[in-house]
Ligand binder design. Structure first.
Ligand SMILES: *[C@@H]1O[C@H](CO)[C@@H](O)[C@H](O)[C@H]1NC(C)=O
Ligand SMILES: *[C@@H]1O[C@H](CO)[C@@H](O)[C@H](O)[C@H]1NC(C)=O
Ligand SMILES: *[C@@H]1O[C@H](CO)[C@@H](O)[C@H](O)[C@H]1NC(C)=O
Ligand SMILES: *[C@@H]1O[C@H](CO)[C@@H](O)[C@H](O)[C@H]1NC(C)=O
Length: 383
């Protein structure tokens, strides 16, 4: 047997007819060609579960056609794979690079731009992806403004309405959540905002479970003015609720604040933040000052863009200040070229609150605020 196998490779005997030699050579070439083709096709054929490995293999194969096919894959190459290989301990969560991505999903069905034509405008295709960044809070902090401002950026696409997935709709599953998202290109960041996430106990764990790389944005504001603003909004919908003072205290003369009232509870920022920090490193949470957002929107948005790892495109040129309203307005939005200020309901005048009550609430919040400044390493100057 061994002799016969070896025999195939020795030069043919001179007595053999030339035709036989020709056929023999031809069949050998054919066999080699077939093997080469099979081997090659195996590499480019999409196999389930091959993921990034497949793309790396493709990149090793030369040739223009193959390069074109691997174009999409090569965008992914070099990114760490998410999944069972990564450690699961929340405390070990490393600050991610600026290119944090949602977990990989099957890509076979995704429409995508063909590689090789870089001259034309990007096709209006794309994929619905889970958000890579979420504005998680806080109510009445200025979350709508941040969302409207950031979606001016061409590298950001955001849902306009609040999905409330991680608090009210979690049972509907991630596929439902993804279906709400706008289509994005690989380079664009999908975003949403739901301010109640920040005070939802389960939200940090649930978002971590979706993707530990999710970037979190929290818009915070003086908790006393936030509480009054919150109450004013509720009052406009339900005019017969008790007074602010009545709801704020269990016993006003003793100065016992009712921490079970949502309008009060939301402003105890550090209490909620502790839960988030059990899952996400501080470097993955960006705090926007609701006050500075009004006085210096371009500065605040500059920091948000840096945090998201996108170019500073939104600058002073995008804003003008409406003195009547007392709020900055956007000159241009994603969808229209009309100027856009904060909505009608935003910036409504607050109800008159007894200054004594405000003083009591300031005293109540002071220790929470100081702890919050210490935890995030930033002084918001709410005095
Ligand atoms: C590239 O895209 C542009 C715009 O979509 C199109 O007009 C052009 O024909 C394309 N060129 C090739 C080579 O596909
Ligand atoms: C985490 O998400 C997966 C789906 O991605 C789900 O099956 C699982 O139940 C979730 N676990 C928790 C603790 O939410
Ligand atoms: C508040 O506390 C004071 C002193 O203990 C008490 O006299 C008063 O009845 C309390 N008020 C209410 C509304 O509970
Ligand atoms: C400024 O705000 C006021 C009140 O909302 C509005 O009537 C006015 O048109 C705004 N002006 C500009 C230039 O946006």
């Amino acid at each position: 047997m061994a002799y016969r196998v070896l025999g195939w490779t020795v030069p043919p005997h001179p007595r053999l007819p030339r035709r036989l030699l020709f056929i023999f050579t031809l069949s050998l070439s054919c066999t080699y060609l077939c093997y080469s083709l099979l081997f090659c096709c195996h590499r480019i054929m999409p196999g389930p579960g091959l993921g990034e490995t497949r793309c790396l293999l493709v990149r090793n194969v030369g040739g223009k056609k193959l390069l074109q096919k691997s174009h999409y894959c090569s965008l992914q190459a070099g990114e760490p794979r998410e999944g069972p290989g990564r450690p699961a301990a929340p405390a070990a969560a490393a600050p991610t690079g600026l290119g944090g991505r949602t977990p990989p999903r099957p890509r076979q069905a995704e429409p995508r731009p063909e590689g090789g034509n870089r001259t034309g405008p990007p096709p209006k295709l794309g994929t619905k992806r889970l958000p890579r960044a979420i504005i998680v809070g806080v109510k009445k902090g200025g979350t709508r403004a941040v969302l409207e401002f950031i979606r001016v950026h061409p590298d950001v696409r955001a849902v306009g309405t609040e999905p409330h997935f991680f608090d009210r709709n979690y049972d509907r599953g991630l596929d439902w959540y993804r279906s709400l998202m706008p289509r994005t290109l690989e380079s664009q960041i999908t975003m949403e905002k739901t301010p109640s996430y920040f005070v939802t106990k389960e939200a940090p764990r649930r978002i971590f479970n979706m993707s530990r790389d999710t970037k979190l944005i929290v818009v915070v504001r003086n908790p006393v003015t936030r509480a009054i603003s919150d109450y004013t909004q509720t009052l406009s919908k339900k005019p017969d609720i008790p007074t602010f003072e009545g709801l704020s205290f269990r016993n006003q003369s003793l100065g016992i604040v009712d921490t079970s009232w949502n309008a009060i509870r939301i402003g105890m920022y550090v209490v909620h933040l502790e839960i988030w920090l059990q899952y996400f490193p501080l470097s993955q949470i960006h705090f926007v000052s609701g006050e500075r957002l009004i006085t210096d929107p371009a500065g605040e948005m500059g920091r948000v863009q840096d945090f998201l790892g996108i170019k500073r495109i939104i600058t002073d040129k995008h804003f003008y200040f409406n003195k009547t309203k007392g709020f900055p307005c956007l000159k241009k939005t994603e969808s229209s070229s009309l100027p856009r200020c904060l909505g009608k309901s935003k910036g409504r005048t607050h109800v008159q609150i007894d200054p004594e009550v405000i003083e009591q609430l300031r005293d109540f919040y002071r220790p929470y605020n100081i702890k919050f400044y210490e935890t995030v390493g930033q002084d918001f100057r709410w005095e």
